[in-house]
Design a protein around this ligand. Sequence first.
Ligand code: URA
Length: 208
Amino acid sequence: MDGVTVVDHVLLRRLLSILRDKDTPHRVFRETMTDAALILGYEAMRGLRPAEVEIETPLERTPGVRLADEVFVVAILRAGLGLVDGFLRLVPEARVGHLGMYRDEEALRPVGYYENIPSGVEDAEVFVVDPMLATGGSGVQAIARLKRAGARRIHFVCLVAAPEGCRALREAHPDVHITTAAVDRELDETGYIRPGLGDAGDRIFGTD
Ligand code: URA
């Protein structure tokens, strides 16, 4: 699908298989999620702009690079927290924002209950992270809130996406690229991605 990168790497497929396995314990699930976030983040950040600098090796001066733009990682609560550490290993100086949303069961749409976006978002490269892109409702809302706060360069990173979620997010925000480890078969009638990996938040935090 246009605007969606499915990262094709055997190590990521191996990690995703561990995450899909219902017998994977919470601790292993959490650590594996962080490892997967490293690979996803590595791919999603491929386009970051370099700024040329000169550095001095023990022997002589030579050209090097630093990142030209600040990196923000914005976690959609609560499952998005599971991807933050992997991103921070890649860019330890990144700033982290949080967006909380719950699902209004009558209106069947996400409602924001918490927002903490670091200042300077208008000039940053912003990576919105949420392991599961299901209906796309919370991703669409999260990006809209970031745009209202002034963000202009936004990327969406997930682990597993449903085709419906990809379509909804790309339709609402055609400027936002999606990076994922997999696009699964479908969304079922209860809102779970199939085959999926179950409830990502419960599996990260051991709350099932
Ligand atoms: N959220 C999850 O955690 N899992 C799904 O399958 C869908 C949404």
